[in-house]
Design a protein around this ligand. Structure first.
Ligand code: FES
Ligand code: FES
Length: 163
């Protein structure tokens, strides 16, 4: 067993773990962040995406011990019912989800992209949006609502920046 210290959604967490334990399992089962969804468990679907030091990563392919001293953010840390991220609002308004199983992964993958586009003050074309989400799989929506949600979130941020 190994002791690790992580910062998860802004809170320091200390845990004794087996070196083989996956970050996805630790976040869900030890810390209770059930927004970390496990789909394929081998890096193919993107459901388990979280931010490690601000970068989207697949938590099903990451050992918890690799994250010693790092800052982890799950979808619960990005926003919630009382303070939704622009993408969370847009997924609702643009029908970017149906069953919702893939949704946390898409949001964690796309949040930095939305932020980057807003910082560049530009709206990406559809090919760029689809490229940005190409590592995530959704079995329900046909992706149109997700593309619309990304556009809406960026558009809202550009409008806010213009005020
Ligand atoms: S569960 Fe991690 S990529 Fe599918
Ligand atoms: S909304 Fe069901 S898998 Fe994407």
């Amino acid at each position: 067993m190994t002791n690790i210290t992580l910062e998860v959604n802004g809170t320091t967490k200390v845990l004794e773990v087996e070196p083989r334990r996956l970050l996805a399992d630790v976040l869900r089962h030890e810390f209770g962040f059930s927004g970390v969804h496990i789909g394929c468990a081998h890096g193919a679907c993107g459901c388990c995406t979280v931010h490690i030091d601000g970068v989207p990563r697949l938590s099903c392919l990451t050992f918890a011990v690799q994250c010693e001293g790092k800052a982890i953010q799950t979808v619960e840390g990005l926003g919630g019912p009382n303070a939704e991220h622009a993408l969370q609002q847009a997924f609702k308004s643009e029908h970017g989800l149906q069953c919702g199983y893939c949704t946390p992964g898409f949001i964690m993958t796309l949040a930095p992209f939305v932020g980057e586009m807003a910082a560049q003050k530009r709206m990406p074309d559809e090919d760029e949006i689809r490229e940005a989400m190409s590592g995530n799989v959704c079995r329900c929506t046909g992706y149109h609502g997700i593309v619309a949600a990304v556009r809406k979130a960026i558009g809202d941020q550009l409008a806010e920046g213009g005020k």
